[in-house]
Design a protein around this ligand. Structure first.
Ligand code: GLC
Length: 480
């Protein structure tokens, strides 16, 4: 039996701010339980739903030194869908209305978490063969493991993996502060370790000290070795290229299943979508106060409203897009300028544009089920999960060819009758508009072709199956 510990700052269903939570919640369930004992550790945030906090059981607590502080470390436990979850409890660090706020407080919080992850292991009596770390919040796990924990034989030979879900976020602050927070010695603040451009950098520490580095699509694994996508770590990622690989994300096929999804009013599958899917559109039009028309093309947008997702292209073209025969449905929160932009267009094109500036998981499912197309013109996209959910619900993605979008959406080729969506190459508003117009043309003038594309989209398999096998292979290879 091989022991694997997932260290993560979020996991569905306990806490979610983005795709990382979907991955950390779904992937552990997909390993072969005969060979792998996968457990997950994350913070116990005050902002978690009471329902979950009530189900956690107190195991024990102790005190841990970090920097100049001596901190309480509580350990809570819960089994959920066959997986053991551990929660680090510390009200000083994990209070507040959201998991993240801003530097340097978040750095202190996750330095504490990373050290606590290691400190609890002998206490709970679980010795992982591999600690699988996710994003900068757990970047210090490999670093601390390399440091004082080596004085304890328990930790000898534990391997680490650093998975990058988004290179943009690195956990950066001036060296002096990072040194104070982490309590790490001068040795670690050299340019070949945590120091980057005169700052201390958590993710860099993880990339340098982990035994293997992965990211969430093959294309992104290549892209981050170039200056445009490298977020100033492209040099390091090239140096580690032999240990860097891309494994594309999947989605939870039990949760995202148009045949059984309890959040959607009309169920459908690959055979019945021609008749049944449109009923979801009519229901959603009614729910959102849009013009009720089964024939109009509905485009969904569900996203964090940030630059990464290409919202400046959408903002620039929104008036133009709305000149076409489409309805636009938006769900999400984020940067104020984009929130206000969508509120404005909801007002200006009332009945044709609906902007819901909040997050609602159930509504997101209804939008995937109801829409004809899904727009995702990202500037960069390590993997992207929404396009996978769209494909599953027979909603054709319109994407920019970057990262995981390039790897998972096959562009329509009208001559060969292939493809599962529409894509464009350059980060250019007119290219995006042309691609939307092209999709509209197929939708209205060639419904047969459109539906065949839906057939192909729904036949794709983006469950975790294949990707989990690739992780298993890597685990086996690392443990040897
Ligand atoms: C981040 C990335 C997204 C990826 C997700 C899960 O949110 O931005 O592209 O799908 O992590 O790996």
């Amino acid at each position: 039996m091989k022991n694997i510990l997932f260290a993560t700052s979020e996991a569905v269903p306990f806490i979610k701010t983005g795709g990382l939570a979907d991955v950390a919640g779904a992937l552990p369930k997909c390993f072969d339980k005969q060979y792998f004992d996968i457990r997950v550790i994350l913070p116990k945030y005050a902002c978690m739903k009471q329902e979950w906090k009530d189900k956690m059981e107190y195991m024990t607590h102790f005190y841990m030194d970090i920097g100049h502080k001596n901190c309480y470390v509580g350990i809570m436990h819960m089994e959920y869908e066959g997986i053991q979850f551990y929660f680090i409890d510390n009200e000083y660090y994990f209070s507040g209305p959201t998991p993240y706020s801003s530097a340097p407080w978040d750095l202190e919080k996750f330095a504490y978490f990373s050290k606590a992850v290691l400190s609890v292991l002998p206490v709970i009596g679980f010795r992982p063969d591999i600690i699988h770390c996710h994003d900068w919040q757990t970047g210090l796990v490999p670093v601390y493991l390399h440091d004082t924990f080596q004085q304890n034989q328990f930790f000898w030979g534990i391997k680490t993996i650093m998975t990058i879900h988004n290179l943009k976020f690195q956990g950066v602050y001036d060296v002096k502060t990072v040194q104070e927070i982490t309590g790490l010695s001068d040795y670690y603040f050299a340019p070949d370790k945590l120091e980057a451009y005169k700052d201390g950098n958590f993710l860099k520490g993880g990339i340098v000290f982990a035994d293997a580095v992965t990211t969430v699509s093959a294309t992104y694994a290549q892209e981050i070795r170039t200056p445009f996508y490298g977020e100033r770590l492209d040099g390091l990622l090239n140096a580690r290229a032999q240990s860097l690989r891309g494994i594309v994300n999947g989605i939870d096929y039990d949760i995202f299943n148009p045949e059984t999804d309890p959040c959607i009013p009309y169920h459908f599958d690959a055979r019945t979508f021609r008749k049944e899917k449109v009923k979801n559109k009519l229901a959603l039009q009614k729910e959102l106060g849009l013009e009720e028309d089964p024939n109009v093309m509905m485009i969904g947008i569900i996203s964090r409203l940030t630059d990464q997702k290409g919202f400046d292209l959408i903002a620039y073209m929104m008036d133009e897009i709305c000149q076409g025969a489409v309805q636009i449905v938006v769900l999400g929160t984020g940067e104020e300028r984009y929130e206000n932009m969508f509120r404005h267009f909801d007002w200006k094109y009332h009945g044709r544009v609906s902007a819901r500036i909040y997050y609602d998981e159930a509504l997101s499912h209804r939008i995937y089920a109801a829409s004809d197309a899904f727009l995702m013109p990202s500037l960069f996209e390590p993997c992207g999960l929404s396009q996978l959910m769209s494909l599953r619900y027979g909603t054709l993605p319109i994407v920019r060819e970057t990262g995981g979008l390039k790897d998972t959406v096959e562009p329509y080729n009208e001559y060969e009758g292939t493809g599962t969506g529409f894509s464009f190459r350059n980060y250019n508003a007119h290219e995006m508009l042309n691609t939307i117009r092209y999709a509209e043309k197929i939708f209205y003038d060639n419904k047969r072709e459109w539906n065949k594309m839906v057939d192909r989209a729904m036949a794709k398999d983006f469950s975790w199956n294949q990707s989990a096998r690739q992780y298993e292979e890597m685990y086996n290879w690392l443990i040897g």
